[in-house]
Design a protein around this ligand. Structure first.
Ligand code: FES
Ligand SMILES: [Fe+2]
Length: 505
């Protein structure tokens, strides 16, 4: 695909009231390849939570784009992330979602690595007659280009040339703090995971998390059941978030977009007691201040582009997006909870979670069915452009609105008002980042030197002897830096950034 072809697929002229997205973004396999290469394999991607691997030698597996990854805690307790591929002939080493193992031994020819990624045995090495050059090669598991942690949330990038994780997360850190500050003892994933696929493009999920416009039309069963519970018609009295409350006088909702494609919608909560956190709110208030505590009781759906969503509405959920093909996506979802919350609050949280989420919940199937309906609709090649991304375009302001200012956050754009606005401009940030990363990646690929790095590649490209030497030195330097960056010291939970900056009230 040509550079100019990609450039025309998103029309971003907000100053003229125009924003449009071409349907090829959702249906063209060539575009999907570009996304894997330049977005998923080109920027920071969510890997998991440090709390998933609390003990030495714990590990879990995941993917960055198409690349299988192991995230591990070494015997010394250091966090590290590696490509889950044997350095010999490529077989994956870990086949399970998670586990505890001091060593990872390849099923194929038996090369063995420790939990820190170091090769500890090359089977029958002495008898093999390997040349010296083999001994000079690095046989350890390949570390990621970058690996980082924010408040126990782990991210990795295959591409070493990315901004710092702090910079990547930017102003969203205040809202991540609101997720991670719900207990003085930290947060934990409730055991069990739900994984499902839908026959639709991954960006349908990116949009949906911050799409208020669909609530009343796509989730009538949930709304109706909540009504019946409230009226007493239903004998099952589970208290749950009521979308009707969004329309009560004085209830404000809004949206923020951030640099690097992140976006959030939020809504004031007319019934804060219908939250599991309510039972702990005095302690939370004492620790983070009244304003932040109030925000923590609000509903907030936050997308950290491109693959993770923290959805705090009917319960607190982490959603991990894994694109499988242009029209198939895998979702892995977890319920997140404060460590040490009272038993009745924990039970309430789980009941609320399964009520709304999971492929068996009252809402998730509505969404996935809608995604699949859209994907079928995209077969209509005669229709090129999506419509409606300009909804509420005149109501968006650059920078912080009063609510963001009060909180000390500086988003790229803000929008706040009554529920019925249901703006669709909140999607712009994701498409803007999409275009930035794809363009940057395509430009980089066009400029890339044929020699790349490494002796073989340099020789193959016909480089002179000094050039080959330089390439080998570069490769060694890159590997050294990668190894350093890819290992994090065993870390105590970091202090809330907000507190450090004096933002809490
Ligand atoms: S592929 Fe792993 S030892 Fe051969
Ligand atoms: Fe939904």
């Amino acid at each position: 695909m040509q550079f100019k072809d990609v450039s025309r697929l998103v029309v971003d002229r907000v100053d003229r009231g125009e924003f449009a997205v071409h349907r090829d973004l959702f249906r063209d396999p060539e575009i999907f390849e570009l996304e894997m290469r330049h977005i998923f394999e080109g920027t920071w991607v969510f890997l998991g939570m440090a709390s998933q691997i609390p003990k030495p030698n714990d590990f879990f597996t995941t993917n960055i784009g198409r690349t299988p990854v192991i995230v591990s805690r070494s015997a010394k307790g250091e966090l590290a992330a590696f490509i889950n591929s044997c350095r010999h002939r490529g077989a994956i080493l870990c086949h399970t979602d998670s586990g505890n193992s001091k060593y990872h031994v390849c099923n194929y020819h038996g090369w063995a690595y420790d939990s820190g990624g170091k090769v500890v045995d090359i089977k029958d090495r002495k008898a093999a007659g390997y040349p010296e050059s083999f001994d000079r090669d690095d046989h350890n598991l390949m570390p990621l280009g970058r690996f980082g942690e924010y408040r126990g949330i782990l991210f990795g990038s295959l591409n070493p040339d990315v901004p710092s994780l702090e910079e990547h997360l930017g102003e969203t850190r205040t809202f991540l703090d609101m997720v991670m500050d719900q207990s003085p003892q930290g947060m934990e994933l409730i055991p069990g995971v739900s994984r499902y696929t839908f026959k639709g493009n991954w960006k349908l999920q990116i949009e949906n998390c911050v799409d208020l416009y669909h609530l009343t039309s796509a989730h009538p069963s949930f709304i109706e059941i909540v009504n019946r519970r409230k009226s007493g018609e239903s004998k099952h009295g589970l208290k749950a978030l009521d979308f009707n409350d969004y329309r009560l006088p004085g209830v404000v909702r809004g949206s923020y977009t951030f640099e690097h494609g992140h976006a959030m919608v939020w809504g004031g909560n007319a019934a804060p007691e219908v939250r599991p956190l309510w039972s702990m709110i005095d302690e939370v208030k004492g620790r983070v201040g009244a304003l932040r505590a109030q925000w923590m009781l609000s509903t907030r759906n936050l997308t950290i582009y491109p693959n993770v969503q923290f959805a705090e509405n009917a319960s607190l959920q982490i959603r991990v997006i894994r694109p499988l093909s242009v029209d198939k996506t895998e979702m892995t979802i977890y319920c997140l909870a404060p460590v040490g919350e009272p038993d009745d609050a924990r039970e309430f949280r789980i009941r609320q979670y399964e009520d709304f989420f999971n492929s068996t919940g009252l809402a998730t199937p509505d969404d996935t069915t809608s995604y699949e309906d859209c994907q079928i609709g995209y077969r209509a090649r005669r229709i090129e452009w999506q419509q409606g991304y300009v909804r509420a375009i005149g109501m968006v302001q650059r920078g912080a609105d009063d609510y963001a200012k009060e909180l000390g956050v500086n988003p790229a754009t803000s929008m706040s008002g009554n529920f019925d606005i249901q703006d669709e401009t909140v999607f712009h940030a994701g498409y803007r980042e999409w275009m930035r990363l794809v363009k940057k990646g395509m430009e980089g690929a066009a400029k890339a030197k044929p020699a790349g790095i490494g002796k073989q590649a340099a020789k193959k490209a016909g480089a002179t002897k000094p050039a080959v030497k330089k390439a080998v030195a570069n490769k060694a330097a890159v590997n050294k830096t990668r190894a350093k960056k890819a290992v994090l010291k065993k870390s105590a939970p970091s202090k809330a950034r907000g507190k450090a900056k004096g933002r809490a009230r």
